[in-house]
Design a binder for this molecule. Structure first.
Ligand code: HEM
Length: 124
């Protein structure tokens, strides 16, 4: 089984997915609640999610090299991540995946991976 890093098109593919995800968060009406938690300029948010996903999907450990241990749940604690926030996050990510991943099985597996982390991030 190929690792997600390869299936998504390595760094260029993961960069495109993350850029589209945040552009959708910036424009979808149902994402206003989570967009408001983020800085006005999404460049750093894009970089950090890109670095994290490259490593988590089996590529080089870019996030750890630049930021350190992800401690994702702790890093999300200042933000009110409830069911509505997690659903809005997943709506943006699922649209980005629908647009960029042609293979149904791959898309569903990667969506499932994001869904588990989004569930784990809930803190309210
Ligand atoms: C469940 C709904 C979620 C909400 C509302 C949410 C919201 C946020 C917010 C407001 C930030 C801070 C913005 C920033 O540092 O630029 C952030 C950072 C981050 N999020 Fe999420 N997030 C969610 C789920 C996820 C998921 C599922 C992942 C991973 C697959 C993820 C990965 C990250 C990463 C890597 C960072 C950067 C952490 C750092 O270095 O500071 N988030 N998130």
């Amino acid at each position: 089984m190929n690792k997600a890093y390869d299936l998504l098109g390595k760094e260029p593919g993961i960069r495109a997915l993350v850029d589209r995800f945040y552009d959708l968060m910036d424009t979808r009406a149902d994402a206003v609640i989570i967009r408001a938690m983020h800085p006005d300029d999404l460049s750093d948010s894009k970089d950090k999610l890109f670095w994290f996903l490259v490593g988590r999907f089996g590529g080089p450990p870019m996030y750890e090299e630049r930021v350190g241990h992800p401690r994702l749940r702790a890093r999300h604690m200042p933000f009110a991540v409830d069911s509505a926030a997690a659903a809005a996050w997943m709506a943006c990510m699922n649209q980005a995946l629908d647009e960029q991943v042609a293979d149904d099985a791959v898309r569903q597996a990667i969506s499932g991976f994001f869904g588990q982390i989004a569930e784990f991030m809930k803190n309210r």
